[in-house]
Design a protein around this ligand. Structure first.
Ligand code: ADP
Ligand code: MG
Length: 227
């Protein structure tokens, strides 16, 4: 059986909105194995982003635990957690968050340079992955010179350049039209599957979600598998 990459047990997340406490997640369990693709569906405000932040160690649960490769994310020192996240997880958001003053290659090379890889080696690695996402002819383009779909491909390349164990994506195609959304979604599925990476994607597009191996829906703070 494949190794478990992310394991969430009994997650709750409450926010204090004085005088009320709102319970966004109420006992969520999710196990993601190597090579797994998981779509999370749910109405706006149902807690999808909250869940993804907990899975990525960007926020702390009110109770419950998240394990990443067997280590308890929720109880790590901040520095260890940042290190674990940077080594093992890639993130893609609805908006690309590329650095406007750097070209595609340098944007993709950035995580490697932050991890202290030598610049030319990092840029070579960035170029190779830009080829893979179909941007071989756009490597020196600035973000402002790229289409929406191309920018998301750069963001995907940047997330994958560190060879994470799992790609976490929050409405990654929410800002794209149908054809570009479909192509970008398939690209993420193909690249993660080809490298036995796991893929957890929040989307409210049912037809895109259907391409994943498993689907879940967040309803009233709980995650229900769609069968
Ligand atoms: N930092 C926060 N403080 C207070 N409430 C929050 C915070 N983050 C999210 N929420 C609330 O949690 C609920 C779920 O939000 P979110 O996870 O962003 O939903 P989704 O991504 O499914 O649209 C919303 O009601 C939102 O207002
Ligand atoms: Mg959201």
């Amino acid at each position: 059986m494949n190794k478990t990459v992310l394991d969430a047990k009994g997650l709750t997340r409450k926010f204090l909105e004085a005088p009320n406490e709102i319970v966004v997640l109420n006992g969520v369990n999710l196990s993601v194995r190597e090579g797994d693709s998981v779509a999370i569906l749910g109405a706006s405000g149902s807690g999808k982003s909250t869940l993804l932040h907990l899975l990525g160690g960007l926020d702390n649960p009110s109770s419950g635990v998240v394990q990443l490769m067997g280590d308890d994310f929720s109880n790590m020192q901040e520095r260890d957690r940042d290190g674990a996240r940077n080594r093992s997880l890639g993130f893609v958001y609805q908006f690309h968050h590329l650095l406007q003053e750097f070209d595609a290659t340098d944007n993709v090379a950035m995580p490697l340079m932050i991890a202290r890889m030598e610049k030319e080696q990092a840029r070579a690695r960035a170029r190779a992955i830009l080829q893979k996402v179909g941007l071989g002819a756009r490597m020196q383009h600035m973000p402002s010179e790229l289409s929406g779909g191309e920018r998301q491909r750069v963001a995907i390349a940047r997330a994958l350049v560190i060879k994470p164990k799992c790609l976490l994506a929050d409405e990654p195609t929410g800002n794209l039209d149908g054809a570009a959304a479909s192509a970008v979604f398939d690209l993420m599925l193909e690249l993660t599957t080809a490298q036995s990476m796991s893929f957890v994607v929040v989307t409210h597009d049912e037809s895109l979600a259907a391409r994943c191996a498993r689907r879940f829906r967040l309803i009233q703070g709980q995650l229900e598998e769609v069968v």
